[in-house]
Each structure stands twice: as structure tokens, then as C-alpha cells.
Design a protein around this ligand. Structure first.
Ligand code: NAG
Ligand code: NAG
Ligand code: NAG
Ligand code: NAG
Ligand code: NAG
Ligand code: NAG
Ligand code: NAG
Length: 673
């Protein structure tokens, strides 16, 4: 009896143990390689990397995977479970993704009667709407089926016997960091966590992106009594189902943990998850071609841009040296000059002066400038030249063309000065098209230049020799004041030391004879100024080879006229009677006085100024004074040179190709006058 009772007790105890043991199911799959405990059907397959592929991108497929061991139900202990899985739904690029997958609880693993597409491999047409089917599912649905009362094409639903969900929510999660709901795109192709917890007739569904922890608030919280859903069932299988229709996706299960006891749910090895393959788009090849093309275009663009950059750098390249730092303020950028002159446009070309071409330009603020481009070779003398330019910039006199600055490039120097709207004096003197320059105006110009020259010789810190005084270097400003310009050959030296043996520079006819001895001085400037005065008065160039012999050389001719006591015969015939004879005679005689062949007999520029404004009477000279013209063999030689055609009457030095402007002086010696 006792034995029998004991036996009964033992049996029931065993039974109890057996039941408890059976009910507790706990497993974890970090990947699905070599897992015998799984039942797979349909298109379900384990990929070599351990990924469980439920469906591939073929249409109308379905797949099931179940844990072979069922959960046994007992009346004594209510059913509960927790599961956590990571899945990924990867759409085929360019094709509508679908239909989705579901976590399934079912008394049977046989779903041969079920259909793919929106039935997700667990329902069939006849069961549609009929509550008799034995299945419970949590669906991740990526197709919007209005007849199933779906809310959208990206939702999570709790299905009991039918595809009509009893609980439904748009795929999202509660972000504990942002304290708000964040939506999840099921078809993003990225792995997604899903948690399903069932306990005490409450079913919670949560989801989150892979990098996010389980949210504190479930997405769905639904009262469910699984005992009611599956009455009279002793065992239930858990697993997954997935299906495609015409809408297709690769649907993967990456890992899965399950336990009938919440506390025993094992953690998933998130870091060890198998890699989800992402299909290449059919048009990827095309886009690759596009990428290659774009890359090619980008490279071409880059090359073009680089080329342009280099070209521009070359175009605007300048030469700067350390010693130029102190002159920085006087230096123009080549680019600004290039722009000011429209790229040294022909339309802006003003003319060719000694050593270079002159262009007009407009700087910002519409300041008009003249830019002279001079080519030079080598660095010889550049430093001196630049420092002189800068010194000249400091010279201020109303009869000087204001020099604004310079620019230096390889083989090129640019001088920037103010633009003189009325051009150079020689145009007005010798151009028959232009109106005759009246005598008073000529006198004003002569006086102005005398004053400027006087300033250069005595008024500035240093003695400045212009060295190329002639009508074509006298510019006329808007008020027709004469302004001495073209300092291209100017030289500086300290007061006191006059001899300046750098060689001869200047223009034939204006050059004092002693220039041949390579000595420039204030006296040589006075000589040239004397010739210039005669030029202005007589309206002709100092040497005109085409004239008859006696008139050919201006100084000689004026002297001849004077000797004949008819000085006014030499006057510019275009002036007619519109002049004061005393003034004309004064200027002519002063011109001869200045161009005396004996340097010591010439007046200084200070004296010239006084003579011109009649503060000082002209010394009593006669045309027979020693040193006056007729003795000038130099001029005769020069004239014969001009006549023989080996010279144009232009600046000698300008024809010196191999010499820079500032030492182009060797020239004269070569000629061997
Ligand atoms: C999908 O898998 C089936 C076999 O299960 C195969 O016949 C089909 O070609 C596969 N489709 C694609 C797109 O890989
Ligand atoms: C639907 O499934 C049931 C079993 O649950 C089966 O008896 C029925 O024949 C199926 N209907 C269709 C149309 O497949
Ligand atoms: C379900 O969620 C609710 C609300 O967050 C919570 O109170 C309950 O304990 C959860 N139940 C399960 C089984 O996780
Ligand atoms: C977040 O989503 C849950 C579940 O869908 C919903 O109950 C809740 O109202 C939402 N909260 C906000 C702030 O939208
Ligand atoms: C769940 O259903 C079973 C069977 O119908 C019932 O015995 C049980 O009381 C129900 N549980 C709750 C909490 O309603
Ligand atoms: C001189 O220049 C001014 C200003 O540009 C102009 O108005 C005037 O007509 C010019 N005179 C001659 C004679 O060209
Ligand atoms: C002539 O010029 C000198 C020097 O500039 C000056 O001192 C003098 O006053 C001027 N004389 C006349 C009459 O203009």
C-alpha cells in the first residue's frame, strides 16, 4: 500500500519533473551553421557564412524554419516565453520589396496548405477571415494590404489565426536617448532587432536598429491568452515564416535566441553576426560606367583647371626679389595691369616710346594710367632701375608726368604713370592734321619744362638727369600743360658729383657733343633742352635730312638766320603772325645759348628759368660766339649718319636689342660716332 502510494507519488513527481524539464526550452543561434535542431522547408537555406536565408529574390517563394523541439503546455504552469532575433529584409534594388516575415507559434510545422505573397506562408485563401486556423504570428509586413486592414507597407502586426492583425503598429522604436519614437524602415536591408515577450497573458513586441539597445517601452503591448488561442494543444512549435510574391526581398535571419523562461534568455552575440549580403543592382554596371565616366570627367576637369591655373600663373607671373620688399608699395601686380589694359589690347596701344610700348589703362576707381612695357634680359641693373623708379616716384612737380609705380616680370619691366589725355607734344607740333599750337601755349610749355628740369637738377634730394629731353617725351595734360615724361633713361646722382660716366644715352640731335666722352651731366640736359626750345619755336625736328643742306641741322640753321639778322626766318611758318617777336627771339637765342658746344658756356637750368620769366636779362651774345652751332662736327656727323639711312631719327638706344634700357648705352660706342 505504502509502496503503491510511494509509487504513485514517485510517478507523479517524475511526471512533474519531466513536465518542468520539458517545458523549459532555451536555445541561442548566433549563426545557423550545422544546426541539426532546426526544421527548414521551402526556400529556406543556410548560407555558407551561417546566415539563414528564408527567401531569395525569386518571386512567389515561401520558407519556414522551426525549432524541432516543441514547447509542451501544462495546465499547472502557464506558458510564457521570450525571444530575441535579428533579421534583415534586403530588397532587390529597383524592385518593389516584399512580402515580409513572421515569428510563428504553431502546433504544427506543416504549412503545405499555406500560401506565399500576403499570406506570408502561414495563411491561405480560405482561412482569410476565418478564425479557425491554428497559428499565432508576429508579422513584419512590408506590403500594404488594405483588405487585411494594414496601416502601411512598413508595419508590425500581431496575428491570431488570420492575417487581420489584432495589434498593429508602424515599424518604429522608442528611443530612450531622444525620448521619442523613431521610425524604422524594415526594407532598409539593415539588421533589425526584434523582441517578443509573452508572460502573464501579455504579449510585448519591441524592435530596434542593430546599434540600439532594447527600448524601455515596447512597440506593441497586447493582451493575449495563448492557452485560449491554442485550446486542447499539448505542444507548440516556434519558428519563422517568410514569403515573396511579385514583390521580392532577400529575407534573412541572422541570429535567434529563445527561452520559455524570461530570465534564461541568452544574449545574442551581436558582434559575431553573419554578414548580410547586399545585392548589386542590375543597373549597377550602368552606374559603374557612369561613375567611371564621372571620374574621367572629374579628372579632365581637374587637369583643365590645373592647366588654367598654371596658365594664369604663367600669364600673371612676376619676378620679385628680397631687395624689392622696401619698394612693395610702388609695385603693381601684373594681373592688375593686365586687366587695366584689357590684356595689353591693341585698342589701348598709345605708341612706341624709347625702349617700349605704351598702353593706356584704367585702374579701379577709373583712374587712367599709361603702362610702358619694356623688355630686358638678365638681372643686370634691374635693382638700380627699380630703386630709381621708386625715387622718381617721390619727385613731385606739376610739370612732370607722375610716376605711379612699376612691375617686374621675367624679361619685362613695366612702368606705370598717369595717363596724359592730350598725348605728346611732337604730335601737336609736327602733325599737320592737328590745329596749330599757338605761340603763347608753346611758351607756357617751354617754361613749364624748364621749371621741371630745374627742379630735377636742383630741387630734389638728388640730382636727376633726364637724359632724353625732346618733344616726343613731353606730354600734355588735360589743361595742355607740358609735362616731362619718360624717365626710362633718367639717372640719379648726388649733388656735387656731376660727371656720370655710364655712357651715352639720348637721341641724336639732342645729344650734347661731350656725350661721346660718355659723360652725362646737367649740362647735357641743358643742351637737349636748348635744342628742344628751338624745336618748339621752329616747329621742326632738330635734324631733317630731306631738307637742303643749310637747313638740315636746326641749330645751324637758326644760327645762320641770326647771322643774317633775320632770326625770325627760322620760326615755325604755321604760326603766321601770331606771336610776339621778342619772346620768340628770346627763346631762340636761349636755345642756342643752351646748346653751346662748350659745356661751360651753357647756362644752368636755374638761369634758364630766370631768363625765360625775364627776371634775368639774356647775356649779350652774338651768333659768332664761340661754341655756337657751326663748330658742331658731331651734329654734322650725326646728320650724315641719319642721311645715309643707317639711322632713323628715333631714340638710338631703343634699337639696342641686347641691352637693357638702363645700360643700353654701349650703343653709341658701337656706332662709333
Ligand atoms: C532562389 O532559390 C531558388 C531555389 O530555392 C532558385 O531556383 C532560384 O534561382 C533562386 N533565385 C535567385 C534570384 O537566386
Ligand atoms: C487552407 O488550409 C486548410 C487547412 O488549414 C486546408 O484544409 C484548405 O484546403 C486550404 N485551402 C486552400 C485553398 O488551399
Ligand atoms: C510589457 O510591457 C509593459 C509596458 O512596458 C510592461 O509593464 C510588461 O511587464 C511587459 N510584459 C512583458 C512580458 O514584457
Ligand atoms: C510611440 O509609439 C507607441 C507605440 O506605437 C505609441 O503608443 C506612442 O504613443 C508613441 N509615442 C509618441 C511620442 O509618438
Ligand atoms: C487563459 O485561458 C485559459 C483557458 O481558457 C484560462 O484558463 C485562463 O484563466 C486564461 N488566463 C487569463 C489570465 O485570462
Ligand atoms: C585735351 O584733353 C582734354 C581732356 O581730355 C580735352 O577735353 C581736350 O579736347 C584736349 N585738347 C586737344 C587739343 O586735344
Ligand atoms: C621767375 O622765376 C623765379 C624762379 O622760379 C622766381 O623766383 C621769380 O619770381 C620769377 N619771376 C617772374 C617775373 O615771374
Amino acid at each position: 500500500m505504502t509502496c503503491g502510494l510511494l509509487q504513485i507519488l514517485m510517478i507523479s513527481c517524475f511526471h512533474l519533473i519531466y513536465l518542468t524539464c520539458q517545458q523549459e526550452i532555451s536555445f541561442v543561434y548566433d549563426n545557423f551553421l550545422g544546426q541539426e535542431n532546426l526544421y527548414l522547408d521551402g526556400s529556406a537555406t543556410v548560407l555558407p557564412n551561417g546566415l539563414l536565408q528564408l527567401t531569395n529574390a525569386s518571386d512567389h517563394q515561401m520558407a519556414h524554419v522551426f525549432y524541432k523541439e516543441p514547447i509542451r503546455l501544462s495546465s499547472s504552469k502557464p506558458l510564457s516565453f521570450s525571444t530575441h532575433f535579428v533579421c534583415a529584409l534586403v530588397p532587390q534594388p529597383g524592385v518593389e520589396g516584399g512580402h515580409g516575415m513572421a515569428f510563428v507559434v504553431s502546433p504544427s510545422m506543416d504549412f503545405s496548405h499555406a500560401e506565399s505573397t500576403r499570406y506570408l506562408g502561414i495563411f491561405n485563401v480560405s482561412k482569410n477571415g476565418s478564425p479557425s486556423s491554428d497559428v499565432f504570428a508576429v508579422e513584419l509586413d512590408t506590403i500594404w494590404n488594405p483588405d487585411f486592414e494594414d496601416i502601411n507597407n512598413n508595419h508590425v502586426g500581431i496575428d491570431v489565426h488570420t492575417p487581420l492583425s489584432v495589434g498593429i503598429a508602424s515599424a518604429s522604436y522608442y528611443s530612450d536617448i531622444k525620448k521619442k519614437n523613431e521610425s524604422i524602415n524594415l526594407l532598409s536591408g539593415k539588421p533589425i532587432h526584434v523582441w517578443v515577450d509573452y508572460e502573464g497573458n501579455m504579449l510585448n513586441v519591441s524592435m530596434a536598429p542593430l546599434e540600439v539597445q532594447k527600448p524601455s517601452r515596447p512597440l506593441l503591448s497586447q493582451p493575449i491568452n495563448l492557452s485560449e488561442i491554442f485550446p486542447n494543444r499539448s505542444r507548440l512549435f516556434v519558428g519563422f515564416s517568410a514569403a515573396t510574391g511579385t514583390a521580392i526581398s532577400y529575407q534573412y535571419l541572422l541570429s535567434w535566441s529563445f527561452s520559455t523562461k524570461r530570465g534564461s534568455l541568452q544574449l545574442l552575440g551581436i558582434s559575431r553576426l553573419p554578414e548580410v549580403p547586399h545585392p548589386r543592382a542590375v543597373h549597377k554596371n550602368l552606374s559603374r560606367r557612369v561613375i567611371v565616366l564621372l571620374g574621367f570627367l572629374a579628372i579632365v576637369g581637374l587637369v583643365v583647371l590645373t592647366g588654367m591655373y598654371i596658365f594664369r600663373r604663367r600669364k600673371y607671373a612676376e619676378v620679385t626679389e628680397a631687395w624689392e620688399k622696401e619698394f612693395g608699395a610702388h609695385r603693381f601686380s601684373y594681373k592688375s595691369l593686365y586687366k587695366a589694359t584689357n590684356g595689353f589690347n591693341k585698342d589701348e596701344f598709345l605708341g612706341k616710346g624709347g625702349f617700349g610700348e605704351v598702353y593706356r589703362g584704367a585702374l579701379l576707381l577709373s583712374r587712367e594710367i599709361a603702362v610702358k612695357r619694356m623688355s630686358h634680359d638678365g638681372d643686370q641693373g634691374v635693382k638700380q632701375f627699380v630703386s630709381e623708379v621708386v625715387s622718381m616716384r617721390c619727385l613731385k612737380h606739376r610739370n612732370l608726368v607722375p610716376l605711379l609705380g612699376y612691375c617686374r616680370r621675367k624679361h619685362e619691366l613695366l612702368l606705370v604713370s598717369e595717363y596724359m589725355p592730350n598725348g605728346s607734344l611732337d604730335e601737336h607740333l609736327f602733325d599737320d592734321q592737328k590745329p596749330v599750337l599757338p605761340w603763347p601755349q608753346r611758351l607756357v610749355i617751354v617754361k613749364g619744362i624748364a621749371s621741371a628740369l630745374c627742379y630735377l637738377h636742383t630741387g630734389a634730394d638728388q640730382v636727376v638727369l633726364h637724359r632724353d629731353i625732346k618733344a616726343s617725351n613731353i606730354m600734355l595734360d588735360a589743361e595742355f600743360n607740358g609735362r616731362l615724361g619718360d624717365f626710362g633713361m633718367a639717372r640719379f646722382h648726388d649733388h656735387g658729383g656731376y660727371a656720370y660716366p655710364t655712357g651715352a644715352v639720348g637721341t641724336i640731335g639732342y645729344m650734347a657733343p661731350e656725350i661721346i666722352d660718355m659723360v652725362a651731366s646737367t649740362g647735357t640736359d641743358v643742351y637737349a633742352f636748348g635744342v628742344f626750345m628751338l624745336e618748339v619755336t621752329c616747329g621742326r625736328r632738330p635734324v631733317e635730312p630731306q631738307l637742303q643742306c643749310e637747313k638740315r641741322i636746326l641749330i645751324k640753321w637758326v644760327c645762320e638766320c641770326w647771322k643774317r639778322d633775320s632770326l625770325l626766318d627760322a620760326i615755325d611758318p604755321r604760326l603766321g603772325d601770331e606771336f610776339l617777336p621778342e619772346e620768340v627771339e628770346l627763346v631762340m637765342k636761349l636755345g642756342l645759348l643752351c646748346s653751346n658746344i662748350v659745356p661751360e658756356s651753357r647756362p644752368t637750368m636755374e638761369q634758364v628759368v630766370l631768363y625765360l620769366n625775364k627776371s634775368l636779362p639774356l647775356p649779350d651774345v652774338s651768333p659768332y660766339t664761340v661754341g655756337f652751332s657751326s663748330h658742331s662736327s658731331v651734329l654734322i656727323d650725326a646728320a650724315s649718319l641719319v642721311a645715309s639711312g643707317s639711322w632713323s631719327a628715333s631714340s638710338i638706344s631703343s634699337s639696342s636689342a641686347n641691352n637693357s634700357p638702363f645700360n643700353g648705352l654701349a650703343m653709341v660706342t658701337h656706332i662709333g660716332i
